[in-house]
Design a protein around this ligand. Structure first.
Ligand SMILES: Cc1cc2nc3c(=O)[nH]c(=O)nc-3n(C[C@H](O)[C@H](O)[C@H](O)COP(=O)(O)OP(=O)(O)OC[C@H]3O[C@@H](n4cnc5c(N)ncnc54)[C@H](O)[C@@H]3O)c2cc1C
Length: 467
């Protein structure tokens, strides 16, 4: 059952939005340091994207077996329980924040569902944005076929639903999530004939010092690699899935070698039979709540946009902090370190040197990883004129190219106005990066919307917004 709406008269010292690794670590650290804290999350249980739980009805006996680092989550969870029982943290499940209002005291508006009373207002002197990330999609012919899922989606199906997207699954795209996903899929009984990685991994060679400073990351990569070897999974580097085949469902893919710019090399195509594809091209920080208020952003080395923060994880807006993927995608360890660090600066406490060093090492690794997996501009050569780019509004690549080349659209927003690409249910979360590439947007732009999620009109009408 969702927690009931609340409008306490005294503001909290801190409201944390997101109960993933970053938000959890921040909330329990802040409570340890004596701050009163509200922890809001859109989901029913803590853990975020990384520590996903099987639905209770599935009766999973050992959910930890699907995770790396479960003990870190278990420790955070125990601290959350203790602080919640002692009244130092108010943990508000199923609360999706749709807008934040600035002021000396911040006001967060959250929806709990479609009924008119299912809403809450939380006031706090400081806010920490720990809303994580969502997946970047690069379309290709056949990507809308049933059986084609994202790499994170495959992980989510397995961790939350204990189901596989298919029996013979091609894992493809670029980034470390591919190895993690393939490793989980084979452990759960799927056949993975091949992992198709678009880069050569050579980008990591530019940061040998950073690699050496992060041995845990190397061990994690080696563990995934060893498991894939044991299960006979081939790794094909410098290649991409350029087409998925099938009518009612995917039955195979075409894989081609790529040149340095990710253009398919003619004559290198190979067909591989499968009944599912798990495809991932990295993650996009979810920062609309802050960008809508004008928070400054930075371009990350993989071409996405993250919040600009200082050494204490303060954003450019007084009273607003950020931690984890909202500062740039980097994984659960980094998110936990940043949550702790942000909580300490919010509480006005010094940051221990060891914590700062851990965070800086992990952040440096994240930047190296992002640079190594930045998509090349030639990926748009995979698209045919009839390939849907915006799947909500069914806008094909040909219409977007026409808007750019014939009608003169020079950015994603103009393309959207001319074609409806990005106007559908997902509000451009799926097609946004692809449309921006096709529109040749010079600078990646952060999404900015007055509402971070769909909100019933009845709740909007009763929201009592000050601006
Ligand atoms: C689909 C997916 C699958 C992934 N799978 C893996 C994996 O298998 N292995 C791996 O190493 N990494 C994986 N990652 C990356 C990993 O999850 C992150 O590195 C890590 O969880 C970052 O922690 P975080 O706290 O910054 O964000 P998250 O864990 O994403 O937590 C963010 C939290 O914020 C909440 N939230 C978001 N918006 C709102 C809002 N408006 N109001 C209220 N709550 C909100 C969400 O419900 C979520 O609980 C995955 C990421 C995604 C997106």
């Amino acid at each position: 059952m969702p927690t009931s709406p609340s409008e306490p008269s005294d503001p909290y010292d801190l409201a944390v939005i997101g109960a993933g690794p970053a938000g959890l670590a921040a909330a329990v650290t802040a409570a340890d340091l004596g701050l009163s804290c509200a922890l809001l999350d859109a989901g029913p249980r803590p853990g975020g994207q990384y520590y996903r739980h099987p639905a209770p009805g599935l009766g999973a006996a050992h959910p930890e077996r699907l995770h790396h680092g479960w003990s870190a989550f278990a420790a955070l969870s125990r601290r959350l329980d203790a602080h919640t029982r002692a009244g130092r943290i108010r943990y508000l499940t199923d609360h999706q924040v749709w807008t934040a209002e600035r002021g000396e005291v911040w006001t967060l508006h959250a929806t709990l569902g479609p009924a008119a009373d299912d809403r809450a207002v939380v006031r706090a002197r400081a806010v920490l944005l720990a809303t994580g990330a969502y997946e970047r999609q690069l379309p290709f012919p056949g990507w809308t076929l049933p059986g084609v899922v994202t790499a994170g989606g495959a992980q989510a199906m397995l961790k939350a639903g204990l189901v596989l997207p298919g029996r013979r699954i091609v894992v493809a795209g670029s980034g470390p999530l591919l190895l993690a996903a393939a490793s989980s899929l084979v452990s759960a009984g799927a056949e993975v004939p091949v992992v198709v990685e678009a880069t050569s991994y050579l980008g990591y060679a530019k940061g040998l010092g950073t690699l050496a400073a992060n041995p845990a990351k190397l061990v994690e990569g080696a563990q995934h690699g060893a498991k894939l070897l044991r299960y006979g999974v081939r790794l094909r580097r410098g290649s991409a899935v350029v087409e998925a085949h099938g009518t009612d469902r995917v039955t195979g893919v075409t894989v081609a070698r790529l040149d340095r710019d990710w253009r398919p090399v003619p004559g290198t195509e190979r067909r591989i039979a499968c009944d599912a594809v798990a495809i991932g091209h990295g993650l996009l920080p979810q920062i609309e709540l802050a960008t809508e208020l004008g928070a400054e952003t930075r371009e990350t080395p993989d071409g996405t946009v993250a919040l600009r923060v200082d050494g204490g994880l303060r954003t450019s807006l007084p009273g607003l902090w950020a931690a984890g993927e909202t500062c740039g995608v980097g994984g659960a360890d980094l998110a936990i370190a940043e949550g702790e660090l942000a909580a300490r600066t919010i509480a006005g406490k010094p940051v221990p040197a060891a914590l700062r060093a851990r965070r800086d090492r992990r952040r440096a690794f994240a930047e190296l990883m992002a640079a190594a997996h930045r998509p090349g501009p030639g990926w748009t050569d995979w698209l045919r004129a009839d390939t849907d780019v915006c799947r909500c509004e069914e806008v094909p690549a040909g219409r977007i190219r026409e808007a750019v080349e014939v009608l003169g659209a020079g950015d994603a927003r103009t393309v959207k106005l001319l074609t409806r690409a990005g106007m559908g249910w997902c509000q451009g979360r799926m097609c946004g990066p692809a449309v921006a590439c096709l529109a040749k947007d010079a600078v990646p732009r952060a999404d900015s919307r007055p509402l971070a999620c769909p909100v019933p009109l009845s709740q909007l009408a009763r929201a009592d917004l000050t601006d």
